[in-house]
Design a protein around this ligand. Structure first.
Ligand code: DAH
Length: 338
């Protein structure tokens, strides 16, 4: 009888040794120790053993049961650990590896300069207005004192959509639209896209301008000078030299072009300022009484000044960029520098 138990022990040992996964080891436990297991069966039959032998026999069975239980549990643990290991390996996350880098964009340099300029004028009490990019010839030219046959139209290479509709060539038409609608006092800036049929290192078919104007009683050229000087010193630095030069625009009288001392060569002369020491940054003037008449203002009661500037040009001067087309090529090597 004792031999029987010892052979069960050997069988169990072999089974456990052969088992190669957790499922098998669990079925081995059932085979030997389950309710109807081989060893359980022997324990149940213990009562039929003659009393004299029962104690020794019972002792061997118990020891064998404990032994089998132990080797099964041990093997079970081994499988569990290695299965967990495989699982962990499969789902492995190394928290020390640097994460995927998500590149973060930023504003375009012209947008930054535009915002900066808007901030300066808003702080001086100007409000921002908008106008259509597809504009009537009337607003783009006629109401600004540029009649159809006027030679000043040659200054701007216009994209015509029909005889009467154009892509606006400047932001000045916003002046007319605002004045038609509102009465003075008015202090407005109008940023936006403008279009001209032109392309080279300093021209692109689309670029940005900011228009500004102020109308009230007793507005003088002195106000224009004061506002523009404040603006220039805020954007280019307090020591920037400013020069007003007589010029011509049909919608202003008198007209001026405003130059600043070249930021690149500090006035000594370079390629950017064409050796003059000065670069032009905007056009301006006192609003022509003819424009006031077109919008129904009495030129005897009101005066005003207006100015207009190209944002790309100002951005180029501010950062020393020598080709305007870089702004529109979307080359990250260029854009990342700002
Ligand atoms: N509209 C002009 C242009 O695009 C710029 C300009 C000049 C605007 C003088 C003005 C001004 O308001 O007074 O060339």
């Amino acid at each position: 009888m004792i031999e029987d138990i010892l052979s069960i022990k050997t069988l169990a040992e072999e089974d456990v040794k052969k088992a190669d996964d957790l499922g098998t080891i669990q079925s081995i436990r059932i085979k030997y120790l389950g309710k109807k297991g081989i060893l359980t069966d022997r324990i149940k039959s213990l009562s039929s053993i003659p009393k004299a032998e029962r104690a020794e026999y019972g002792c061997v069975i118990n020891e064998t049961k404990d032994y089998i239980e132990r080797i099964i549990t041990q093997r079970e643990e081994e499988f569990k650990t290695s299965e967990l290991g495989t699982l962990l390996k499969a789902r492995h996350i190394d928290v020390t590896v640097p994460g995927n880098f998500v590149p973060c964009g930023h504003n375009h340099p012209t947008s930054n300069v535009l915002e900066e300029i808007i901030d300066v004028f808003v702080s001086l009490g100007f409000r921002v207005e908008d106008g259509p990019e597809v504009e009537l010839d009337y607003y783009n030219f006629e109401a600004l004192n540029i009649p159809k046959d006027h030679p000043a139209r040659d200054m701007q290479d216009t994209f015509y959509i029909t005889d009467d509709i154009v892509l606006r060539t400047h932001t000045s038409p916003v002046q007319v639209r605002v004045m038609e609608r509102d009465k003075p006092p008015i202090r407005v800036i109008a940023p936006g896209k403008v279009y001209r049929c032109d392309t080279d290192v300093s021209h692109t078919p689309m670029f940005h301008q900011i228009e500004g104007f102020m109308v009230d009683e007793h507005i003088s050229m002195g106000d224009l000078k004061g506002v523009l000087e404040m603006f220039i010193h805020a954007v280019f630095g307090a020591n920037t030299k400013v020069r007003f030069r007589p010029s011509f625009f049909p919608f202003t009288e008198p007209s001026a072009e405003i130059d600043i001392g070249c930021l690149i060569c500090k006035g000594r002369g370079c390629k950017v300022c064409k050796n003059s020491g000065w670069v032009e940054i905007l056009g301006a003037g006192m609003i022509n009484p003819r424009v006031f008449e077109m919008v129904g203002y009495n030129p005897e009661s009101y005066t005003g000044f207006a100015f207009g500037m190209g944002i790309e040009r100002i951005t180029m001067l501010k950062y020393g960029i020598d080709d305007i087309r870089l702004f529109f090529e979307n080359d990250k090597r260029f854009l990342e520098q700002f």
